[in-house]
Ligand binder design. Structure first.
Ligand SMILES: NC(=O)c1ccc[n+]([C@@H]2O[C@H](COP(=O)([O-])OP(=O)(O)OC[C@H]3O[C@@H](n4cnc5c(N)ncnc54)[C@H](OP(=O)(O)O)[C@@H]3O)[C@@H](O)[C@H]2O)c1
Length: 276
């Protein structure tokens, strides 16, 4: 069946390759990117519609949601845009940039599209990361803006753990209304990841190292495509996070209360209320 699939972070890396693969399967692919030149170029290549938004500005995300509401249906929303940032920066919205780009902006986008997603019984996919396990263990809803002892990889790990907690809570709240939420780790991928920064991970991913196995963006994209192709509840478990075809063991322990608190704080943040 031909699906309408919205992919954010579609202008480069994993998102661009997933867009190519899904288009080749006959789906309608809706591209969302930050860079106009890169997004437009892929849109031409695939003959696909495109939209632009910079997630460091939540008003851009609201406009993006308004534009996407014009589609008749959204069968899949792949919240894939994200990455590691450099030094600590506070956005014009007043939030730490890594947290905003990786969690708050996709939270807002999903929230703003909820009616459409429910009407479409949509699959909502987050591109998370194993970084949630490596760097994200100190996650604290009382410090979503990463004010305490900022380190870019720690903020990134927190953002990627937030993707997992968001997936669980989205599933808990909206499974009954037809939403199918899932997250995945895309592998260690030789994409443009961290290229905006001088973070060591960018160099590590592009240097042949004995101890680090990397994969191409096209190989990684197959993991996203497998979730789109799979039957929710049969081929993958709702609310789960996957590493390849297996559920990923999440080291951060949560009985559900942290995921709930994150959701509530995020709602306040995107509605402009003061929190913390
Ligand atoms: N590469 C890895 O090893 C790895 C591992 C685990 C998880 N991930 C996750 O995989 C996802 C895709 O990353 P990638 O590896 O494909 O990296 P990439 O090649 O750098 O692509 C990142 C995408 O996110 C978009 N993006 C970045 N900052 C943005 C912002 N402020 N507003 C809106 N869009 C923004 C980029 O847009 P423009 O290009 O238009 O600027 C690009 O389309 C990310 O969520 C990343 O955290 C990657």
């Amino acid at each position: 069946m031909k699906k309408t699939i919205v992919i954010t972070g579609a202008s480069d890396g994993i998102g661009a390759q997933a867009a190519r693969q899904l288009k080749a399967k006959g789906h309608q692919v809706v591209l969302v990117g930050r860079s106009k030149a890169k997004t437009e170029s892929l849109a031409k290549e695939l003959d696909s519609p495109f939209h632009l938004a910079d997630y460091t500005d939540l008003s851009d995300v609201r406009r993006l949601a308004d534009e996407l509401m014009a589609y008749d249906r959204i069968d899949v929303l792949a919240n894939n845009a994200g990455g590691i940032m450099g030094d600590r920066v506070v956005t014009k919205d007043g939030f730490e940039k890594t947290f905003q780009v990786n969690h708050l902006a996709p939270f807002l986008l999903t929230h703003a599209l909820l009616d459409k997603l429910i009407d479409s019984s949509a699959v909502v996919i987050q591109t998370s990361s194993i970084a949630a396990n490596i760097f994200g263990l100190g996650f604290d809803v009382a410090d979503l803006n990463n004010e305490r002892q900022y380190q870019s990889q720690k903020a990134y790990g927190h953002g990627k753990l937030a993707n997992i907690l968001f997936t669980r809570e989205l599933d808990r709240r909206f499974r009954d209304q037809g939403i199918k939420a899932v997250a995945f780790h895309p592998g260690v991928v030789r994409s443009s990841f961290a290229s905006d920064t001088n973070h060591f991970l960018h160099y590590a991913y592009h240097t042949p190292l004995k101890y680090l196995v990397t994969i191409s963006p096209a190989q990684s994209a197959r993991r996203l495509v497998a979730l789109v192709d799979g039957e929710p509840g049969k081929d993958w478990i709702l609310g789960e996070v996957y590493d390849k075809s297996m559920p990923m063991k999440v080291k951060f322990k949560d009985d559900g209360s942290v995921a709930r608190a994150l959701w509530e704080q995020s709602e306040k943040m995107v509605s402009g209320s003061q929190v913390q």
